[in-house]
Design a protein around this ligand. Structure first.
Ligand code: COS
Length: 379
């Protein structure tokens, strides 16, 4: 076993840290408050290669491994989880899904621009009545010969109004159940495709979350990903990797809050000494650091499994389940360490606490992760 990061890994980590501190930190509080999408920052992230990190360079990507991606996600998420969810969706759901399962034409047409961040993508599975129960798709993609007629509504779609390319999961043949589901590439601007109002969220408020409506949208057959009926497996397989991204996001939210708590506890005095000298604070920091280290190891394990072509369904689900709990627990404690200052926006930890919650919900709730893990255990 070798726990040593390579020179390349350390360089990626440093570049992400530098970017987060210099480009994302200024304005993060205001973007959260006003629900402002970090458009300029996302553009720069694309230019720096953070939006297509693992994509083959021949399609415009960085050709990096999943470990690099985890390290970068942690650094970006320490500061701005609204930016890191864009990064996670574009890298692990959209780019990875297209590179793994798309045709050469689809890759040339879409992946090359998505990997460089020239455009960003969205992944559209959730519906008003299909979140965890992902096979219950009400959105239909009726087979009309050389095109699909797409009708339905998708909910809570990250990059909802900023994406140019949407991977949409829809039911073609109800009788075939999950084997009758397809994944279609839908372009922004296709006739009948409407973007609904922006969600007013508890956390990741800078990210752009919308419902989407499709009314008789004609999607050409060549925009289907994989064979007819492959859509559900496409979604499951893609989400398995997506969970490593969200686990790393949760890890970053936790480590960001922890670093702020350490800093504050060395500055703030109570009863004549820095609060870091009180055991009540020391024990909190010890718990936070231990949990974060364990979450980081689970994230890196899942990334390593993916990079070595081992099965990463279970390790990715474990990483997400654990890291998202650590994010929640750590941010709550970081607010506590900050006392009254933790409750106001200027100190960042209340935002991180609000941001943490979504990591236990999206890309499979914690309860879904337990289903995935226990099924693997009992196979
Ligand atoms: N990769 C590839 N295929 C997979 C897979 C994976 N990781 N997981 C499941 N599949 C396949 C199965 O092999 C099965 O195919 P066959 O019937 O041809 O063998 C098919 O998908 C259905 O799998 P399963 O029977 O396990 O489906 P269930 O309906 O029991 O659902 C859960 C399984 C609950 C795990 C799934 O619905 C799920 O992950 N739900 C959460 C979805 C989610 O993350 N929603 C959030 C929205 S995105 S923000």
């Amino acid at each position: 076993m070798n726990f040593q990061l390579t020179e390349e890994h350390l360089a990626v980590q440093e570049a992400a840290r530098e970017f987060a501190q210099t480009e994302l930190l200024p304005g993060v509080i205001e973007r959260d408050e006003h629900q402002k999408f970090p458009a300029e920052q996302i553009k720069k992230m694309g230019e720096l290669g953070f939006l297509g990190m693992m994509v083959d360079p021949k399609y415009g990507g960085g050709g990096m491994d999943t470990i690099s991606y985890v390290l970068a996600m942690e650094e970006i998420s320490k500061v701005d989880a609204s930016a890191s969810v864009v990064m996670s969706v574009n890298n692990s759901l959209v780019c990875w899904g297209l590179e793994k399962y798309g045709t050469e034409e689809q890759k040339q047409k879409y992946l090359t621009r998505l990997a460089t961040g020239e455009i960003i993508g969205a992944f559209c599975l959730s519906e008003p009545e299909a979140g965890s129960d992902a096979t219950s798709q009400r959105t239909t993609a009726e087979d009309k010969g050389d095109y699909y007629l797409l009708n339905g509504t998708k909910n809570w779609i990250t990059n909802g109004s900023t994406a140019s390319v949407y991977l949409v999961i829809a039911q073609t043949d109800v009788a075939k159940g999950h084997r009758g589901i397809n994944a279609l590439i839908v372009e922004r601007g296709m006739e009948g495709f409407e973007i609904g109002p922006k969600e007013n969220k508890l956390g990741i408020r800078g990210s752009d979350t919308h419902s989407l409506m499709f009314t008789d949208v004609k999607v050409p057959k060549e925009n289907r990903i994989g064979e007819d009926g492959f859509g559900f497996k496409f979604a499951m397989s893609t989400l398995a990797g997506g969970r490593i991204g969200i686990a790393s996001q949760a890890l970053g939210i936790a480590s960001g809050a922890y670093e702020l708590a350490v800093k504050y506890s060395k500055e703030r005095k109570a009863f004549g000494v820095e609060i870091a000298k009180h055991q009540a604070i020391q024990f909190k920091l010890a718990d936070m650091a231990t949990n974060i280290e364990a979450a980081r190891l689970l994230c890196l394990q899942a990334a390593y499994d993916k990079d070595t072509h081992a099965d990463y369904g279970k390790s990715g689900a474990m990483a997400k389940l654990f890291a998202s709990k650590v994010a929640m627990d750590t941010t709550i404690e970081a607010v506590q360490v900050h006392g009254g200052y933790g409750f106001v926006k200027e100190y960042h930890v209340e935002r991180l606490m609000r941001d943490a919650k979504i990591t236990q919900i999206y890309e499979g709730t914690s309860e879904i992760q337990k289903i995935v893990i226990s099924r693997e255990l009992l196979k």
